[in-house]
Design a protein around this ligand. Structure first.
Ligand code: ZN
Length: 171
C-alpha cells in the first residue's frame, strides 16, 4: 500500500525517532509499504518519519530498479571518510535540490528485516543517501544542511512549502 509522504513544515519530521526493539509483522509491512512509496515517487531512499512513523527504519535503493533494495533498522554510522558536496533532493521537499557536503565513505551498522546484525561499507551516492536518511531519524532536514546562500535563494519556496506541511498537506 502506498503511503502519504509528510512535507517539510510538519512537526513530526522534527522528532527524533525511536529504536525498533522487535521486528513485528507491522514493521515488515511498514518496510514493504515504504519501498512501494519510494519507488512510486522515484526516490533513492525514504525514512519512516517521512510517512508519519517515528521509528528508526529506512529503505533505500540507489539503483531505483529493485536490484539495490535495502531495509535498514536502527542504522548507525561507524566510520566516515572524505568529504564532498553533492546535489541532493528529498521527497519531503518536492522540486527542491541543494548541494550538501557529505562524507564520501562510511560503514553503517544496522539490523536487517530478518533480524540479523549487519555491517555495510558504502561510498558515493549510497553513502550520501544513508547520511540523508539517518538525518531524518534524528529530525534533521535538507534545509538544515543547505548553505545560507542556497536557503536565501529558495526562501520563498521553502516558506510556501512549510505552510503546506504545517497545514497537514501530504503527497
Ligand atoms: Zn529526505
Amino acid at each position: 500500500m502506498r503511503l502519504d509522504i509528510y512535507l517539510f513544515g510538519d512537526e513530526l519530521l522534527r522528532k527524533r525517532a525511536s529504536d525498533i526493539t522487535d521486528i513485528t509483522p507491522e514493521i515488515r509491512r511498514l518496510a514493504e509499504d515504504m519501498l512501494e512509496t519510494m519507488y512510486y515517487h522515484e526516490g533513492l531512499g525514504l525514512a519512516a518519519p517521512q510517512v508519519g512513523v517515528p521509528l528508526r527504519l529506512t529503505v533505500m535503493d540507489i539503483r531505483r530498479d529493485g536490484s539495490g533494495k535495502i531495509v535498514l533498522i536502527n542504522p548507525v554510522i561507524r566510520e566516515i571518510r572524505g568529504k564532498q558536496a553533492m546535489e541532493e533532493g528529498c521527497l519531503s521537499f518536492p522540486d527542491i535540490v541543494a548541494s550538501i557536503e557529505r562524507a564520501t565513505e562510511l560503514t553503517v551498522e544496522f539490523i536487517s528485516l530478518s533480524g540479523k546484525r549487519k555491517e555495510n561499507k558504502m561510498s558515493g551516492v549510497a553513502a550520501q543517501a544513508i547520511q540523508h536518511e539517518i538525518d531524518h531519524l534524528d529530525g534533521v532536514l535538507l534545509i538544515d544542511r543547505m548553505s545560507v546562500a542556497r536557503r536565501a535563494l529558495l526562501a520563498g519556496r521553502l516558506r510556501r512549502l512549510r505552510k503546506r506541511g504545517a497545514g497537514g498537506e501530504r503527497r
